[in-house]
Write a protein that binds this ligand. Structure first.
Ligand code: MTE
Length: 329
């Protein structure tokens, strides 16, 4: 296992390459801490899986509505405010160590995504808004443009990664639909296609489709991104193609993948994990080293590629942007 490093060493560019074998050992260690373990469910068998599909970086992504995002749109220009001198997590490892329970409870999601169709991708945006709309994911890109930001992502399972995401600030979309004054929260929902996502049938008792929520002020925070790409290319399916949320100061499960519905509502919505285990996965779920998960510590975290272990930071290190959202009184 990696060394204990006491300062937030993801700020240090120097990294070590990890061999696949060492990585796989770490994976099995990490699986012990997974949601699947948490829910008392066995990990899905790895055999008999579909062939992996590489990210489709060279093709053009088109929608039924005719919106097209040329591959040349990637990489998008980097937003200099989110361009720290951190070394990225190894791309291949990030794409083979995923949580996407619609496909499998194990981390090798990339093996199970072949049948998943990501175009066209209509998204319903409605609820308490003046201008509801149904638009294709790629039309949203046309409306708001793309930028690249380097963020850390911290999973509740105590692993972390550093990746360049491509997307647009979610507040732009909020502005476009003009929320009514009663709108205080946003509820997000993922697709519901058991025929394309084999994990759904394997855990039929889960409250599919996956759903999440944010306060409106959290959704409006400049950090909140709607994402269509990673590592300078369109999102591979296992990372949440064609469009997902990224909320970097909260545990990873708040960053819902493959979103099809965005609803503005007055009351705090339930979330998928909160419905399953309210004591373990509350609505707010900000990264906080001082609040342990009921069954494990959140004080440190492990980088998925090097295995190095770092101290976890409050709000995942993004307090400058978000602490005021949670100031009491
Ligand atoms: N979104 C959906 N629809 N289904 C999921 O199972 N898993 C979440 C989140 N979004 C999940 C999801 C969890 S637990 C994490 S840590 C992140 O996705 C992982 O994102 P990544 O696989 O791109 O690293």
């Amino acid at each position: 296992m990696g060394n204990i490093i006491i300062h937030p060493a993801w700020q240090i560019a120097e990294r070590f390459v990890t061999s696949e074998a060492v990585f796989l050992n770490r994976r099995s260690f990490l699986r012990q801490m997974s949601f699947a373990g948490a829910a008392g469910l066995a990990a899905m068998p790895l055999a008999g899986c579909a062939k992996a599909e590489p990210p489709d970086a060279d093709s053009r992504t088109s929608s039924a509505a005719g919106a097209v995002v040329p591959a040349q749109a990637y990489p998008a220009s980097r937003n200099q405010e989110f361009n720290p001198n951190w070394t990225f997590t190894n791309e291949k490892i990030a794409g083979r160590y995923n949580n996407f329970y619609e496909f499998t409870l194990s981390k090798d999601v990339y093996r199970y995504v072949n049948k998943f169709a990501t175009t066209p991708w209509p998204i319903q945006i409605g609820g308490l808004v003046e201008k509801p709309m149904t638009v294709d994911a790629m039309e949203l890109v046309g409306m708001f443009g793309l930028e690249e930001r380097i963020y850390r992502l911290r999973c509740v399972e105590a692993w972390a990664m550093i990746v360049p995401w491509t997307g647009f600030q979610f507040s732009k979309l909020v502005g476009k639909v003009s929320p009514k004054p009663e709108a205080k929260f946003i509820r997000f929902e993922t697709f519901n296609r058991p025929d394309q996502a084999p994990g759904m049938a394997q855990v039929p008792d889960y409250p599919w489709p996956y759903f999440e929520g944010l306060r409106l002020d959290e959704a409006m925070n400049p950090l909140t991104l709607m994402v269509t790409g990673i590592y300078g290319k369109p999102l591979p399916k296992q990372h949440g193609a064609p469009i997902r949320m990224v909320v970097p100061w909260k545990y990873g499960y708040k960053s819902i993948k493959s979103v099809v519905k965005i609803e503005f509502i007055a009351k705090q919505p339930k979330t998928f994990w909160e419905t399953l285990q309210p004591d373990e996965y509350p609505f707010e779920s900000n990264v906080n080293p001082n609040v342990p998960h009921p069954r494990w510590s959140q004080a440190t975290e492990r980088m998925i590629d090097t295995g190095d272990r770092f101290k976890t930071e409050l709000y995942n290190g993004y307090g400058k942007y978000v602490a005021r959202l949670y100031a009491k009184g």
